[in-house]
Design a protein around this ligand. Structure first.
Ligand SMILES: Nc1ncnc2c1ncn2[C@@H]1O[C@H](COP(=O)(O)OP(=O)(O)OP(=O)(O)O)[C@@H](O)[C@H]1O
Ligand SMILES: O=P(O)(O)OC[C@H]1O[C@H](OP(=O)(O)OP(=O)(O)O)[C@H](O)[C@@H]1O
Length: 232
């Protein structure tokens, strides 16, 4: 058998992940054409590269189909209940930083904090007869964050992309999404709440707690983490 290392197959995390491993003497590369999801690992024995969507890596780790995986901390916490029992954080990789935040329209001049949002949500329900809508793809994280901060009278509406557009499109009153430069929020006339940061995320190397391993795999894993300069 081999140790399976899951890495994002494209997008913002792939190249930086390749660079991070490369800087530590483990060369990851896509083999074949640009469109073929096959990869190669050089510099360490017994490790196989599995190219996957960043969003699918949590599930593959949890199922034990990959032993190691690189993805955002936000995706692990959102997609895996009791994530710490399923995966171990081996290393924060120092890129892919993004914050999960709650944002409301700039024109809501009386709403700057979560307390204000709670008050606005109650007033909204009384006036409109339905709950204020917050668009997000981070259902678990946003529910937990708002519950812990006493915001009650809202409903989540699912948005899998272009979330900041939902306010202009009148399908939501507020959004909960990832931001890094803040440009998308600004361009869509949204402001983040002063205490509205639910999570600071970055790309992280995770180990699956339940992935089956032979004695040989354990040696390969040990050699890999030693080469990467991390403890496991
Ligand atoms: N500006 C940003 N916007 C969105 N995600 C970001 C940003 N910066 C870093 N990230 C992180 O990148 C990860 C998502 O990466 P990406 O968008 O490539 O994945 P994905 O949407 O699952 O990809 P795919 O389209 O292959 O399904 C998340 O962990 C997220 O926190
Ligand atoms: O703060 P910024 O630097 O502007 O980045 C934030 C934007 O980037 C992400 O969208 P992505 O590009 O993944 O597209 P999506 O809308 O399809 O999720 C995220 O959902 C925000 O919309």
């Amino acid at each position: 058998m081999t140790i399976k290392l899951g890495v994002p197959s494209k997008g913002r995390l792939m190249e930086k992940t390749f660079d991070w491993f490369g800087a530590r003497g483990v060369s990851l590369s896509r083999s074949g054409s640009d469109r073929e999801y096959a990869g190669a690992v050089e510099g360490v024995e017994g490790v196989e590269l599995v190219l996957l969507s960043a969003g699918e890596i949590p599930r593959e780790l949890s199922a034990g189909r990959i032993h190691l995986g690189v993805t955002g901390t936000d995706l692990i916490r959102e997609k895996l209940g009791q994530w710490e029992q399923q995966v171990e954080e081996l290393a924060l990789l120092g890129f892919g930083q993004a914050d999960l935040i709650i944002a409301v329209p700039n024109c809501w001049v009386d709403v700057d904090t979560l307390d204000d949002l709670d008050a606005a949500a109650s007033a909204f329900r009384a006036k409109h007869g339905f709950r204020l809508r917050i668009a997000t793809k981070y259902h678990r994280l946003v529910r937990e964050f708002l519950r812990d901060n006493g915001v009650a009278d809202y409903q989540l509406v699912d948005s899998q992309g272009a979330t900041e557009g939902t306010v202009k499109n009148l399908t939501a009153e507020a959004v909960a999404d990832i931001t890094s430069t803040g440009e998308t929020l600004r361009a869509n006339h949204l402001k983040l709440l002063a205490d509205g940061m639910a999570l600071a995320s970055q790309a992280t190397l995770f180990r699956a707690r339940k992935a089956p391993m032979t004695a040989q795999d354990r040696l390969a894993l040990k050699a890999l983490v030693t080469k990467l300069g991390i403890a496991a």
